[in-house]
Design a protein around this ligand. Structure first.
Ligand code: PMP
Length: 435
């Protein structure tokens, strides 16, 4: 193996540059590297490992499938396992007024975003999509086109052009430079007046796509009032509302889905990550009345993989049977309060935010002058140093937000209070190293 510094400097892409280690084994919230060092994992495979590493119910589900003679893959052809999985999902998504059907996509979240955009175009006969600054929806052409971050699009010509970006209601750094209450209302009226501004030539889009809490964009929770407003306006104008729950879904925020906090009914729900229990799976939930597709309209070889459905169903059942959403809300609220105490202690913490166990810590430079909105500038260098210091102290976390200025924590949903205390101790050490 390359030593850490060599890995860090090597041309290996992405995570290895920031997290220079090779993983030997992992259990629950803990990772052991090939040198025997132990780390607490607050990245959880970017949120895929809802129950942490190698949870017994997940491992058992794989063993049972392997012993059952069920084919590994059946294309879109159903099996008793797929039926059970689908039944769980139908019940989970249905409300008193709406039923949802499922399009198996995949195996990645980006493909389910592609499916949502295509279907919205077909249902409405229109072409455009409205998306938001800081939003992240994936790396394929359509998903990247609706991602509100220029960096991954640099040098790529010919992405879907009919995308319009509006400011996301980031309540810490308001696009309009307004305080909280005024900011919500400014975002609400801007959203509505923009979509209704036919005289200026605004073309009605097929869909609006958004994350209820932006993940990669820096853990920005949208205000509930704004979400309700977006639903009201999109319904009034006949625009499909696509809610991307790839990261927020499946109890991560203390509810099965983050949109449930706003009590809204998405027209489509994009799901991946935790739905597969650690194996690749992506599913699009579609309100029944918009299911205009015939079999094969969104086809592809690897969708609805049996093994991922086994691990996914085992995870979903565990989340349900153990009331994990309630646990996440309770422990997440406690953890957030502990982090807010740190905000008073460490001047480099600008804000702590999130919901449940989806948490962001924005790093600022308080020695620079305040900006127009009253906040200090974000500091990507210090955020990077803190992430590295966390790693040194045995804590794996991610960064996000503009320029990577927000530390992101996505621990396993069943992490214990004792383990979270250890997360806090390690974070304290990293913050003290970078005062
Ligand atoms: N949407 C959101 C909200 C995501 O966080 C991600 C992945 N981070 C995606 C879509 C894309 O999923 P995938 O990487 O599986 O394509």
């Amino acid at each position: 193996y390359l030593n850490r510094q060599e890995q860090f400097e090597s041309k290996v892409r992405s995570y290895p540059r920031k997290l220079p280690f090779a993983i030997q084994s992992a259990k629950g919230a803990w990772i052991t590297d090939v040198e025997g060092n132990k780390y607490i994992d607050c990245l959880s495979g970017a949120g895929t490992l809802a129950l942490g590493h190698n949870h017994p119910v997940v491992i058992e589900s794989i063993k049972a499938l392997l012993d059952s003679n069920l084919p590994m893959h059946t294309l879109d052809i159903t099996t008793p396992l797929k039926d059970k999985f689908s039944e769980f999902m139908y019940k989970l998504l249905a409300t008193n007024s709406d039923e949802y059907c499922l399009q198996f996509c995949g195996p990645t979240g980006a493909d389910a975003v592609e499916a949502a955009i295509k279907l919205a175009k077909q249902v409405t006969g229109r072409s455009g999509v409205v998306s938001f600054s800081g939003g992240y929806h994936g790396m394929t052409h359509g998903a990247l086109a609706v991602t509100g971050n220029l960096a991954p699009k640099q040098g790529i010509e010919g992405l879907m052009s009919s995308v319009q970006f509006l400011p996301y209601p980031n309540m810490y750094r308001c696009a309009f430079g307004l305080p909280f209450e005024q900011s919500i209302h400014a975002h609400m009226s801007y959203f509505e007046s923009f979509l209704k501004d036919v005289e200026s030539g605004v073309v009605k889009p097929a869909a609006v796509i958004l994350e209820v809490i932006q993940g990669e964009g820096g853990v920005n929770p949208a205000p509930i009032e704004w979400l309700k407003h977006v639903r009201r306006v999109t319904k009034e104008l006949g625009i499909m509302l696509i809610i991307d729950e790839v990261q927020t879904g499946f109890c991560r925020t203390g509810r099965w889905f983050a949109y449930q906090y706003a009590d809204i009914d998405p027209d489509m729900i994009v799901m991946s990550k935790a739905i597969g229990g650690g194996l690749p799976l992506a599913v699009l939930g579609i309100k029944k009345q918009y299911d205009v597709w015939q079999a094969g309209n969104h086809s592809g070889t690897f969708r609805g993989n049996q093994l991922a459905m086994a691990t996914g169903l085992a995870t979903l059942n565990y989340l349900k049977d153990n009331n994990v959403a309630d646990y996440v809300l309770e422990i997440g609220t406690w953890f957030m309060a502990q982090l807010k105490i740190r905000q008073q202690r460490y001047p480099q913490i600008g804000q702590v935010r999130g919901r449940g166990l989806m948490i962001g810590i924005e790093i600022i430079n308080p020695s620079l002058p305040k900006q127009n909105d009253g906040s200090y500038p974000a500091d990507s260098d210090v955020a990077a140093k803190i992430q590295q210091a966390c790693f040194k102290h045995g804590l794996v976390i991610e960064k996000g937000g503009r320029g990577g200025t927000v530390l992101r924590l996505l621990p396993p949903l069943n992490i214990t209070k004792d383990e979270l205390q250890q997360v806090l101790q390690r974070l304290d050490m990293a913050l003290e190293d970078n005062q």
